[in-house]
Write a protein that binds this ligand. Structure first.
Ligand SMILES: [Zn+2]
Length: 380
């Protein structure tokens, strides 16, 4: 799988390099479309494409494993939290659990023998920002995989901020921060935590179906662009800034080139529908942006160089991370922000927001959603 993935990506990258080399940073949409569509048709993997979400499928598990391992050590703090957990667990008997998930209710700390078998809990995200009324649910993995009792007990440290149901679906209630904890019902010492931040639903100025927040054009899983939004290519400002970035990198002996720029609504629809046909919508949604939700439709996003995980950690990726804000770009989907941006780490995908804002976002250490106080999740 992985080899195949690398091969396909390498072929695509080679093609893209040629393409980028002749286009001087200006995207020829027709070329772009032909290329990506053909790669999608020839090889029915999700990896040939260059969309943020689309390239990520194969690598997801690896990334998430890494993420969970890091987090795991800090989220299983041993005995300190046990009391808090026990108290809230018994104060508030959980109701309506799916059968088999929490077999013995709140008092069921063990049907004896198997009770200590769960040793680890990992989640697909550990930080989440919600607006009041919106929900999000991490996927839970309890280890070892053959443990007989994988019951989960979910609790919220502050139900005036966020509530959580027996399945782990977290819903924002009021502005603030709290922690949602899942513990093994068989071994309550083993737990994992999600830091939850809840914000008021922002008042968002929308003109002609286009969303600007704090002057920044938004295209993510919450906010879409209408089909008619079509700048026809990268905007002039973005192209000029990218050329400066390329020159600045070259002065440091770093070769940055454009691999994918503007993509139209219709093109994104073709890509997405193709994946849905192959893989079903639920799967497609994990790696391919729905039409209108791809940032490439803004004409302000660029995928640089190698569009897959092999780009991570290269001198070019490190240079981008350290310098792209000087030219008005941000790394749009930073590491460890998957639960907030809705996309895994993509060191190759940069977004133009202007020098002043890019510096501010970079210095804040926040991703764009956090910086602007917005969410990125589908609501349909
Ligand atoms: Zn991208």
């Amino acid at each position: 799988m992985k080899n195949n993935f690398v091969k396909v990506s390498a072929a695509l990258t080679a093609f893209l390099m040629i393409f980028a080399g002749t286009s001087c940073g200006k995207v020829d949409q027709k070329n772009d479309e032909k290329k990506i569509i053909s790669s999608g048709t020839e090889e029915p993997t999700k990896d040939g494409s260059s969309d943020p979400s689309e390239t990520s499928y194969q690598a997801d598990s690896a990334d998430e494993t890494t993420g969970s391992t890091e987090k795991q050590t800090e989220t299983v703090p041993g005995t300190t939290d046990k009391k808090g957990y026990t108290a809230s667990g018994s104060d508030k008997p959980v109701s309506g659990q799916p059968s088999g998930t929490v077999p013995n209710g709140s008092s069921g700390n063990g049907s004896s023998g198997s009770s200590s078998q769960i040793t680890d809990i990992s989640l697909t995200f550990y930080d989440v920002t919600l607006t009041v009324g919106s929900s999000k649910m991490p996927i839970v993995t309890m280890l070892p995989a053959d443990a007989p009792n994988k019951g989960e007990i979910w609790t919220s440290s502050d139900e005036s901020v966020a509530i959580v149901d027996a399945y782990g679906n977290i819903t924002g209630v009021g502005k603030g921060s709290c922690t949602v904890t899942v513990a093994s019902s068989a071994n309550p010492d083993v737990k994992a935590k999600v830091n939850v931040k809840v914000e008021d639903a922002p008042e968002v100025p929308v003109a002609d179906g286009v969303t600007y927040i704090d002057g920044v054009l938004i295209a993510n899983k919450t906010y879409s662009l209408p089909a008619s939004y079509n700048p026809g290519g990268l905007t002039g400002e973005c192209s000029a800034a990218f050329q400066q970035l390329v020159n600045g990198a070259a002065a440091d002996n770093i070769n940055i080139y454009l691999s994918s720029g503007f993509r139209s609504y219709d093109y994104q629809a073709q890509i997405y529908n193709n994946y849905v046909a192959i893989d079903g919508q639920a799967n497609a949604d994990t790696y391919s942006a729905r039409p209108g939700h791809s940032e490439h439709q803004t004409g302000l996003a660029i995928d640089c160089n190698i569009i897959d995980d092999s780009f991570t950690g290269t001198p070019e990726a490190i240079w981008l991370e350290n310098h792209c804000h000087e030219y008005g770009f941000i790394i749009r989907y930073p590491k460890s922000k998957e639960g907030i941006t809705g996309y895994k780490y993509e060191p190759w995908h940069i977004r133009y927001i202007g020098v002043e804002k890019a510096k501010a976002v970079h210095d804040s250490g926040l991703c764009l959603e956090e910086y602007l106080g917005i969410t990125s999740q589908y609501n349909y």
